[in-house]
Write a protein that binds this ligand. Structure first.
Ligand SMILES: *Cc1c(COP(=O)(O)O)cnc(C)c1O
Length: 396
């Protein structure tokens, strides 16, 4: 299909594997093996069994009657928030830990910003009894102390990174350095559809379970497997890529990705890569990036830690360029409002990331009989401090 990655790892002009030579053995080993592993019947059996019995899939597709009434259209929520560990990230880490085992790896490394991917990785390492090392910027480790404690309780070693801004980008550099030094026994689990080929495609395929289930669930509930709209938030873009995947060749289904506009697109404090970015190379692939005129990466901002990334997966840059998907954005404030609306109308407290997708309901034009699927990428427990501050500010 038009939107598949090519054998060199490109989606149109985006993607590829721009890596230092010292990383070639590791990345080539993955490139050579990942499709065979994913297509292997025994891998699929193991992956699907764990998704069912450990993660709790299929995640429900919930028709939201009061939210639908409010917006005068038919809204369904894909409930990734109900997965074990509270978000979609576990779909990927379960898959990658099985790939690592197939390749005979005994040691797992990961980078994490907000800690959500670190927790999902530490979880599957505990499940499989593999050694786990998570690199985390010193500043992030302080901001996300509960997730650091979770990872430690799960048996992972959390290594604070003191270089650069001491945030996600620096943690990623440190993880890459570790991987170069341990080519034989270590697998690097990347948490979104970013990084050198084959990671964007590997993670997309592991998250594609979201759209695979949606097709069946929509057929059962509406008689038509194709919705009018699919709306998902994007940081790196993995929940969106998984939700779009099985609909890419069906132009009737409108695909909408929502980035974090932070304090506003023109405020200088946002993470709206498509609205503000230009092509460049980061973390091994060519993609849209927020950068200065001389190519320095700009520090991104969003109140929601999971969307706070200066780039976006190359598949999204291609979907943007071809017009197959539309890239919108929502501010902190709009997303907070949307989070409270869902909570009060449906009794579901969403992750602040997912609330960005919900915020698009205020901007889109939907007809009463349109079917609109929103990906609820995660639950809001981790965002309670932010929500409590919002209530205090607004005398709620
Ligand atoms: C990490 C995270 C995201 C953003 O990651 P994507 O790769 O863009 O999906 C969104 N929602 C939640 C709940 C997350 O934890």
């Amino acid at each position: 299909m038009d939107f598949e990655v090519n054998p060199k790892g490109f989606y149109g002009e985006f993607g590829g594997a721009f890596i230092p030579e010292m990383l070639y053995p590791n990345v080539m080993e993955l490139q050579r093996n990942y499709l065979n592993i994913l297509h292997d019947a025994y891998f699929q059996q193991e992956y699907r069994k764990l998704l069912k019995d450990y993660v709790g899939r299929p995640s429900p597709l919930y028709f939201a009657p009061r939210l639908s009434g409010f917006y005068q259209t038919r809204i369904f929520l894909k409930r990734e928030d109900l997965n074990h560990t509270g978000a979609h990230k576990i779909n990927n880490t379960i898959g990658q830990i099985l790939v690592a085992k197939r390749l005979g790896k005994t040691r797992i490394i990961a980078e994490t910003g907000a800690g959500q991917h670190g927790v999902a990785t530490a979880t599957v390492c505990a499940l499989m009894g593999l050694k786990c090392i998570v690199y985390m910027g010193k500043i992030d480790a302080e901001r996300q102390a509960p997730n650091v404690l979770r990872m430690k309780m799960l048996g992972a070693e959390v290594v604070p990174v003191y270089s650069g801004n001491m945030t996600l980008k620096d943690a990623t550099n440190e993880a890459i350095r570790d991987w170069i030094n341990h080519p034989a026994d270590t697998h690097y689990i990347i948490g979104s559809v970013v990084g050198p080929h084959p990671y964007p495609d590997l993670v997309t395929r592991l998250q594609a379970i979201i759209s695979e289930e949606m097709k069946r669930q929509l057929r059962e509930q509406t008689g038509n497997e194709n919705p009018g709209f699919i709306i998902a938030c994007v940081g790196g873009g993995s929940n969106a890529a998984g939700a779009f995947y099985h609909y890419l060749d069906n132009p009737e289904v409108r695909l909408i990705a929502v980035e974090a506009a932070g304090k506003g697109i023109d405020s200088g404090e946002s993470a709206a890569t498509m609205a503000l970015g230009h092509p460049g190379i980061l973390h091994g692939s060519r993609t849209m990036l927020m950068q200065t005129e001389d190519g320095q990466i700009t520090e991104p901002y969003s109140l929601s830690a999971g969307l706070d990334y200066p780039g976006i997966g190359p598949i999204h840059s291609h979907l943007f360029k071809t017009g197959r998907a539309v890239y919108e954005n929502a501010t902190d404030e709009e997303s907070l409002e949307a989070a409270f609306r869902l909570t009060r109308l449906e009794g579901i407290i969403p992750a602040l990331e997912s609330a960005h997708a919900l915020a698009f309901l205020d901007k889109g034009r939907f007809k009463p009989d349109d079917v609109v699927v929103i990906i609820l990428s995660g639950r809001g427990d981790k965002d309670m401090d932010t929500y409590i501050r919002y209530m205090e500010k607004h005398d709620m």
